[in-house]
Design a binder for this molecule. Structure first.
Ligand SMILES: [Zn+2]
Length: 269
């Protein structure tokens, strides 16, 4: 195991490599991870561990890659649930095993049912992980700029509270590898949306010349969640930029759009 200064840990099994959040390991209640591009059978732009179907890769390769990840993380593959991921802010409550399922219009998932793996797919957008060890509730949220500006992280916390009685002060959060403020250049339209929505926008946006700005989605989500009652000490930020680390991650921006997907996964034992 390799400890990064960001406090996510890189785990390896054979060629497969994936990140975990140390705080989430306490009590052995959940299995979780965020994959890298290492350990799969896909080639070219999708090399090697592409987990996204419908991104142009061979389905047989993607299914083999997924099988390897499910095996390494001890994931119950028959019950995997994922959202359609439309860059919205709809949070789905998953209350029963219903087979391998893709939920329409959904970007965040919450469950308290053991044995249901929640998954989401990424290539630069921000993966948010949620775990309430008191009530044993887990969640994932897909937060690109649109989801972030629609407060999807806050809505996920609210869903955990409303449905399962989770107290924000007990919820652990992981903000996973995604495009960092070092690389995430946005135009005036996106910049203005963040100025309008966040009173602390000056901490989120830096001008970088020519009507362009660098946007910090990690800090936006972190601040939003602290404001929602999550303890700052309970938030683990990976500080790993997918655009900077082409050796570890797929990046939509760096690739020009033809690339693979990493996955976030979490399941209550
Ligand atoms: Zn970067």
């Amino acid at each position: 195991m390799h400890y990064f200064k960001n406090n996510f840990i890189l785990n390896q099994s054979n060629a497969l490599a994936w990140f975990t959040i140390p705080a989430f390991e306490a009590g052995g209640l959940v299995t979780h991870g965020f994959t890298t591009r290492h350990g799969g059978v896909s080639v070219n732009n999708y090399a090697a561990l592409n987990l996204g179907l419908h991104v142009g890769d061979k389905p047989a390769a993607v299914l083999e890659n997924r099988r390897r990840v499910y095996g390494a993380l001890n994931i119950a593959s028959d019950w995997v649930v994922t959202g359609e991921q439309i860059h919205g802010s709809k949070v789905a409550l998953v209350t029963a095993k219903s087979g391998h399922n893709i939920l329409p219009g959904v970007d965040a998932l919450v469950t308290n049912v053991p044995g249901i793996p929640l998954t989401s797919y990424y290539a630069d957008c921000v993966p948010l992980f949620f775990f309430d060890p008191e009530n044993v509730v887990v969640g994932l949220a897909h937060a690109g700029w649109r989801g972030t500006a629609q407060f999807i992280g806050l809505k996920t916390v609210q869903t955990m509270s409303r449905a399962f009685g989770s107290s924000p002060e007990n919820i652990l959060v992981g903000i996973g590898p995604s495009i960092g403020s070092c690389c995430y250049v946005v135009g005036e339209k996106v910049s203005n949306i963040f100025v309008d929505k966040f009173t602390y926008w000056q901490e989120l946006i830096q001008p970088c010349g020519g009507q362009k700005w660098l946007l910090n989605l990690w800090e936006t989500n972190r601040r939003m969640l602290v404001d929602a009652g999550i303890k700052a000490a309970n938030i683990t930020v990976s500080n790993l930029c997918t655009a900077c680390h082409g050796d570890l991650f797929f990046s939509y921006r760096v690739s020009g759009g033809i690339t693979g997907r990493m996955a976030s996964l979490i399941m209550i034992h």
